[in-house]
Design a protein around this ligand. Structure first.
Ligand code: SAM
Length: 367
């Protein structure tokens, strides 16, 4: 079947249910991810004009790399599968574009060659590619993870094994997953004296996606490690707090309801997006993109999210409090009127971030 995205048209095999068993994988739902990738590549090149090379490390049909090539990146498409690389060649030719196609294990390629920008979009966890990708990236590493159950603690042991952190299945699960992923990437980069700092991250549908800008040196890598820490969370009243450092120091019990607290970490507690870069990416969303409206809305929400490591869901809080929910704008305005910072989040229509704790939120938003 033919698929048009952005400036290109590619051929992809008909996909059996959820893409499983197809000769070459293609997921139309990831168009938003790919549109934002193209916009991020454009914004990143404006910010860092010397960058020119892009590796689509797990290319499948090549749609992502073909789109990068159509945006004048000196592109390499890599896949371990013969059918995939043959399709990459065809899709480049169909669009009259030149790029290098490699049938290789991406880990072998990334260990032997470095690219300005590397994109790892594998099945499930990106961790098997993390070490090589960090060594094969000069400036920007783009990573997708689709193993949301291990990341957010729903598959606890698997999350611990893959990410070397304790994930907890909280009501802010998508953000938990994002911060567990970021923690693992930051710690892996730090092993090579590299600071990997997220400049754009979003958790959308069944995946987490992040763009990590690299800075080299032991000191900056240490600064990144300093932004790791723990979140302590009460499943009963939904109170939570966080502390920085690699040794967890949880309160003995929830200070509000005195129930048991769960601790997750080490997770990334720092910013998940650079608001200036996020605005620049929004400025690079163009009308030929199929998800332009959705991407623009997502990036606007991301850019306005306040910088706290967890978020709340108004509906869940109100249910606990035995109270009816209200319109989000009015709810957020009440928090601001009471002197707190507050914003919506991209994690869901009824979610918000604030610097108020759960007791203050309840008081500030009472009738
Ligand atoms: N990036 C693609 C897109 O946007 O449509 C989707 C990639 S698909 C989820 C994952 C691809 O990774 C598959 O085509 C698979 O053959 C490839 N792959 C799996 N292990 C690999 C490895 N070690 N090296 C290179 N490619 C690999």
């Amino acid at each position: 079947m033919r698929v048009s995205e952005g400036r290109v048209t590619v051929t992809v095999p008909e996909q059996p249910e959820a893409g499983k068993g197809a000769d070459v994988f293609f997921n139309p739902v990831q168009e938003l991810n790919r549109d934002i990738t193209v916009a991020a590549l454009r914004a990143y090149r404006e910010r860092t004009p010397r960058v020119s090379t892009y590796l689509d490390a797990t290319a499948a049909s090549g749609i992502r790399g073909v789109r990068a090539a159509a945006n004048d990146w000196e592109t390499t498409l890599c896949d371990i599968d013969d059918d995939a690389t043959a399709l990459c060649e065809q899709n480049l030719e169909r669009n009259d574009l030149a790029a290098s196609v490699r049938r290789s294990d991406a880990n072998v390629l990334m260990h032997s060659e470095a690219f300005d920008v590397v994109d790892v979009d594998p099945f499930g966890t990106p961790i098997p590619f993390a070490d090589a990708a960090i060594q094969g990236t000069k400036h920007l590493l783009c990573v997708t993870a689709t193993d949301t159950a291990p990341l957010c603690g729903a598959h606890f042991e698997s999350g611990v094994r893959s990410y070397g952190a304790v994930p907890r299945n909280t009501e802010f699960h998508a953000e938990m997953g994002m911060r567990v992923l970021l923690s693992a990437m930051v710690r892996t980069a730090a092993r090579y004296d590299i600071a990997a700092r997220p400049i754009l991250s979003h958790a959308t549908k069944h995946y987490a996606r992040t763009y990590l800008a690299f800075d080299h040196g032991a000191k900056v890598a240490n600064d990144c490690i300093d932004e790791l820490g723990y979140v302590h969370h009460c499943q009963h009243c939904l109170w939570r707090d966080h502390d920085y450092g690699l040794i967890a120091d949880p309160p003995e019990e929830c200070p509000v309801c005195e129930k048991h607290l769960q601790t997750a970490g080490p997770i990334w507690l720092g910013r998940t997006c650079d608001p200036d870069f996020t605005d620049a990416v929004a400025g690079q969303i163009t009308e030929e993109m199929g998800t332009a409206d959705e991407a623009t809305e997502l990036l606007a929400t991301l850019g306005a999210e306040i910088d706290t490591p967890t978020h709340y869901d108004q509906h869940r809080l109100c249910k606990r409090w035995g109270r009816g929910a209200e319109a989000m704008d009015a709810f957020i305005e009440k928090l601001r009127d009471a002197g707190y910072a507050a914003s919506r989040t991209h994690y869901g229509g009824t979610t918000f971030k604030t610097d108020a704790d759960v007791v203050a939120i309840r008081e500030a938003t009472a009738e």
